[in-house]
Design a protein around this ligand. Structure first.
Ligand code: 3HC
Length: 335
């Protein structure tokens, strides 16, 4: 755990007295580590603002993973085959694991799991806008894997190089699993696109509904991004929202062609001069409405989440009672 306070009581050790005498030296050391692309670890001194923005981003990332279990979880009992059910179960379970990984990374910054979850349950903390849209068809599950997890990979691979050690290391396994998620979604859609006209129409309908919310999930335009500049200075964010969005569009257009689906943007076209795709305007009013709790599924997602947490209280009580019993037994044996 890091020691942040510089107001130390009397009887201070010489080492700590030196720190108190030269707080600027700590900031200088921190800046040097960031500039040298070295990792900041939990026990390292860090500016309070750095710690706060990491708690914000990592916890909201964790919330997104946990809430993200709901849209697809909605289809586990209705998957069209045992194979699809097993794959979907594994994916949803992965998302839960990603959330636990990320809550653990956030806790290394001195914030408790209860505080993090309370911020989510009371609406103080955000989670990704994309999970507030309904999964109306089985094809939605494949499109989420292909586009949402595809966007997540684009956004999360650079975080493997994040300056904060625990977050960067958590991302390595998460990104490997996201790659499985993206491929299983694309494969599922390939099967449906080789199916009946109704199945092909179902896939196209899902693409039409998910394409724009997925572009928005990368975050507001750089000009409206309140955290990006500082996040990039601190090596938390490596590429801007617009850069990642552009990379995603350029990577996804050829995949859509292979699938045989049309991306619902009449302005989407290759720009030879830029060597990138031009694309149409994103509806940022809709984005902020969803971020601010007024999306199609916000209330349902949060209510489900709070109910699941409350229903799980007995498990937490039992685990804590067992741990207390184990501690008492160990103390008795040690006596
Ligand atoms: N949904 C909800 N809120 C969003 C958002 C989105 N898609 N994009 C941005 N915001 C919020 C930000 O949180 C910030 O609000 P805050 O200051 O109250 O936290 C505000 O809008 C301004 O955005 P900024 O661009 O200034 O914020 P950041 O610099 O933090 O960038 C981010 C936003 C790109 C989401 C960044 O936080 C990030 O990279 N987070 C880590 C990755 C992540 O959380 N991904 C979410 C999806 S997880 C997922 O897809 C799981 C997979 O298994 C499917």
């Amino acid at each position: 755990m890091y020691t942040q306070s510089l107001d130390v009581p009397d009887g201070t050790t010489p080492a700590l007295a030196a720190v108190v005498a030269a707080p600027d030296a700590l900031q200088t050391r921190f800046d040097e580590k960031i500039d040298a692309d070295q990792k900041i670890e939990p026990q390292d001194w860090m500016p309070e603002a750095y710690r706060r923005t990491l708690v914000r981003q990592i916890s909201q990332h964790a919330h997104s993973e946990i809430i993200g279990m709901q849209p697809e979880g909605n289809w586990i009992s209705r998957a069209p085959s045992l194979k699809r059910k097993a794959i979907l179960l594994a994916k949803v379970q992965d998302e839960g694991g990603h959330g636990l990984y990320l809550y653990s990374a956030a806790e290394t910054l001195g914030t408790s799991r209860d505080q993090l979850l309370d911020a989510l349950h009371t609406g103080k903390a955000k989670y990704s806008s994309i999970f507030n849209y309904p999964t109306l068809l089985w094809a939605d599950v494949g499109v989420i894997g292909w586009l949402v997890d595809g966007a997540a990979i684009m956004n999360q691979v650079p975080i493997c190089r994040c300056s904060y050690g625990p977050y960067a290391r958590a991302m390595i396994r998460i990104c490997k699993e996201e790659s499985f998620h993206q491929r299983q979604g694309f494969e599922s859609l390939m099967v449906q696109m080789r199916g009946t006209p109704e199945q092909r129409a179902m896939v196209q309908d899902a693409v039409n509904r998910w394409w724009w919310p997925v572009l928005a999930m990368f975050g507001p335009p750089d000009a409206a991004s309140t955290n990006s500049a500082q996040g990039m200075r601190w090596g938390i964010k490596r590429l801007s929202n617009d850069e990642l969005r552009q990379k995603f569009v350029d990577a996804t257009v050829p995949q859509a062609a292979i699938l045989g689906v049309t991306l619902p943007d009449p302005d989407l076209k290759w720009n030879e001069e830029r060597q990138q795709h031009d694309y149409g305007a994103i509806d940022w009013d809709e984005f902020w409405e969803v971020v601010n709790g007024n999306g199609p599924c916000n209330k349902e997602r949060l209510a489900n989440r709070v109910k699941a947490h409350d229903d799980g209280q007995w498990v937490r009580d039992a685990a804590q009672a067992y741990a207390a019993k184990q501690r008492a037994r160990a103390l008795k044996e040690a006596a």
